[in-house]
Ligand binder design. Structure first.
Ligand code: ADP
Ligand code: GLC
Length: 481
C-alpha cells in the first residue's frame, strides 16, 4: 500500500481504492504485514502508529505463532498492521534479488489467517473481505475449507472478493502446506488445491471466493486462454461461466500524479501550458548527460525488470531504437539478469542511453515528466499503471496490444482525433521498432504532436469510475439477501 510499502502497481491500487471507497460511503480497513519497509516509511512520513495492545495467535503445524496488532491512518484510511518480526522484519517483501523467501508459505499463511483473527479480535465484522493476489489466498480458502472457520458465526455473513493483479504469480508450495494450516488432505486434487503436484494458493483463492475480479476487461478475457492463463485458464473459464468473473480497470490517483503540483518536478505544467514540460525535459537530459541539440524525442521506461515487461525486446533492439534518432532512459529494478544486461549495454553508450538500476520514486516522476514517449512492450499486462501516469504527464505511450494497455491506449493511426498513443500487436523487435518509428514521425510534426500530448493529458483515468464499479459489484453479492 502506497506510501507504506511498494513493489509495483498493487501498492498504487491499495493506496487509493480504499480512500475512494470511503468517499462513496464504504467503511474500509486495510490489513498489511508490518514489513520493515512499512516501519521505515511510517517513520519517514512521521505517521503515528498505535500499538493496540492486542495479540493474535495463528497455529501453524500445531505451534502457536503470535502477531501484534498495530494501527495507523493513511489519508483517512484505517490500516491494521500485523507485526511479527521473525516473518516481516526483512529487507524485501516477497522476493530477494536471489529468489523468493523460502518460508513465504508461513509468512503469508500467517498473514491471511492473522487477518481473519484481527477482524475477530477487534470485533470488526466485514461485509466484504477483499483479497489481493496469492499472498491472501488462504483467507477465502480457510473460510470455505478450514473447519475452524467455515462454521464460524462471526464470518457467516461475510462475502469474499478476490482480485488477480497478475496471474503469473500463483503461490506454489509443497503439499505439506495443508498440514501446516490444518487443511484436509482430501483437498489435494486437481479440482481443488492441487496444481501439478503442488498446492496453488491463487487457484484456491479463485475457487473459494464469491467473486473474482481482475484489473482490466481485456485481461479478464485473456486469462481464460492458454496463452495468458498460466495453467489456470480452465479454472477461469469455469469461473466466468458461473458469472463470478469481472474485469474492472484500475485508475490512478489524480491528486498524487499531477504535473501541476508534483513536488519532485523541476517545473510544473498542465495541458494549457507545456513550457514546464520542456523545462523538465531539458533538466532531465542534462542530468542524464545527454547533450544532443535539436528536436530529438526522449523515450522513458519505468518498470520492474521482469520477463513480463519485455525488457529483453528493448535490449535486443536498443541499437536500432537509438538509430531511429531517439534517446532512451530506463529506470528499473528486479531480475538480476536484466539488471546486469542493462548495466553492460549502458556502458556502450554515453550520449543517448542510460539505465538507472534502482527503485526511486522522485526519479520516476522526473522521467514521466521529462519524456516525450513512454515505452511499455509488455508480453502481458493485467492493467498497467505506467501508461496511465505517462498520459497524465504528457509522455505518449508506445505499448504492446495486451491487457489493460489495450483498454486504455488508442492508436494514432486508428483514430487521429481520439488517439493517445501508439500500439503494436506482435511481440517482436520489428513490430516494436516500426511503431516507435511511427511515433517518431508524428513527433517531427510539432503542432500535431502538441495536440496529441494535450489529448493524452486530458484523459481521465481516475478512480472515480472504478471505485463505483467495485461498489456495484460488492452490492451484487448481497442482492436478494
Ligand atoms: P507492475 O505492477 O506490473 O509493476 P504497473 O504499471 O501496474 O506495473 O505499476 C508500476 C508502478 O511502479 C508505477 O507506479 C511505476 O511508476 C512504479 N515503478 C516501477 N518501477 C519503478 C522504479 N524503478 N522506480 C520507481 N517507481 C517504479
Ligand atoms: C500487477 C500488474 C499490473 C497492474 C498492477 C495493479 O502488478 O502487473 O499490470 O497494473 O498489478 O493492478
Amino acid at each position: 500500500m502506497e506510501p507504506l510499502a511498494k513493489t509495483g502497481g498493487l501498492a498504487d491500487v491499495i493506496g487509493v481504492l480504499p480512500k475512494k471507497l470511503n468517499e462513496i460511503g464504504c467503511e474500509v480497513r486495510v490489513i498489511l504485514p508490518y514489513y520493515k519497509e512499512v516501519r521505515n516509511n511510517l517513520k519517514r512520513l512521521k505517521l503515528k502508529v498505535r500499538d493496540l495492545n492486542r495479540d493474535v495467535i495463528v497455529t501453524i503445524d500445531w505451534l502457536p505463532y503470535k502477531g501484534r496488532i498495530k494501527e495507523t491512518t493513511v489519508e483517512g484510511v484505517k490500516v491494521y498492521l500485523l507485526a511479527n518480526d521473525n516473518f516481516y522484519d526483512r529487507d524485501h517483501l516477497y522476493t530477494t534479488p536471489h529468489g523468493d523467501y523460502r518460508d513465504n508459505d508461513l509468512r503469508f499463511g500467517f498473514f491471511s489467517i492473522g487477518a481473519l483473527e484481527i477482524a475477530k479480535a477487534l470485533n470488526f465484522r466485514p461485509d466484504i473481505i477483499h483479497c489481493n493476489d496469492w499472498q491472501t489466498g488462504l483467507v477465502p480458502i480457510a473460510l470455505r475449507w478450514k473447519r475452524h472457520y467455515n462454521n464460524d458465526l462471526f464470518f457467516k455473513k461475510s462475502k469474499t472478493v478476490f482480485t488477480i493483479h497478475n496471474i503469473s504469480y500463483q503461490g506454489l508450495f509443497g503439499k505439506d502446506l495443508l498440514d501446516k494450516f490444518g487443511l484436509s488432505h482430501s483437498l489435494f486434487n486437481p479440482e481443488q488445491l492441487e496444481f501439478y503436484g503442488r498446492v496453488n494458493l491463487l487457484k484456491g483463492g479463485i475457487l473459494t471466493s464469491d467473486l473474482v475480479t481482475t484489473v482490466s476487461p481485456t485481461y479478464a478475457h485473456e486469462i481464460q486462454t492458454k496463452e495468458y492463463g498460466y495453467g489456470l485458464d480452465g479454472v477461469l473459464r469455469a469461473v466466468a461461466r458461473s458469472g463470478r468473473l469481472a474485469g474492472i480497470l484500475n485508475g490512478i490517483d489524480n491528486e498524487d500524479w499531477n504535473p501541476g503540483t508534483d513536488k519532485a518536478l523541476y517545473a510544473h505544467y498542465d495541458p494549457r501550458s507545456l513550457e514546464g514540460k520542456y523545462e523538465n525535459k531539458a533538466r532531465l537530459k542534462n542530468l542524464l548527460g545527454f547533450n544532443t541539440n535539436g528536436h530529438v524525442p526522449l523515450i522513458g521506461v519505468i518498470s520492474r525488470l521482469a520477463h513480463q515487461k519485455g525488457i529483453d525486446l528493448i535490449v535486443r533492439a536498443l541499437h536500432r531504437i537509438l538509430d531511429l534518432g531517439a534517446e532512451l532512459v530506463i529506470l528499473g529494478t528486479g531480475d538480476k539478469g536484466y539488471e546486469r544486461l542493462l548495466k553492460q549495454v549502458s556502458d556502450d553508450y554515453v550520449d543517448n542511453f542510460r539505465a538507472i538500476i534502482g527503485y526511486n520514486e522522485a526519479k520516476a516522476r522526473r522521467i514521466y515528466a521529462g519524456s516525450d514517449m513512454f515505452l511499455m512492450p509488455s508480453r502481458f499486462e493485467p492493467c498497467g499503471l505506467g501508461q496511465l501516469i505517462a498520459l497524465r504527464y504528457g509522455a505518449i505511450p508506445v505499448v504492446r496490444a495486451t491487457g489493460g494497455l489495450l483498454d486504455t491506449i488508442i492508436d494514432y493511426d486508428e483514430s487521429r482525433d481520439n488517439a493517445n498513443g501508439f500500439i503494436f500487436d506482435h511481440f517482436s523487435e520489428q513490430s516494436m521498432l516500426n511503431t516507435i518509428e511511427r511515433a517518431i514521425t508524428a513527433y517531427h510534426d510539432p503542432p500535431e504532436w502538441k495536440r496529441l500530448v494535450k489529448n493524452a493529458m486530458a484523459q481521465d483515468f481516475s478512480w472515480k469510475r472504478s471505485s463505483r464499479e467495485y461498489l456495484d459489484y460488492y452490492k451484487t453479492l448481497f442482492a436478494g439477501g
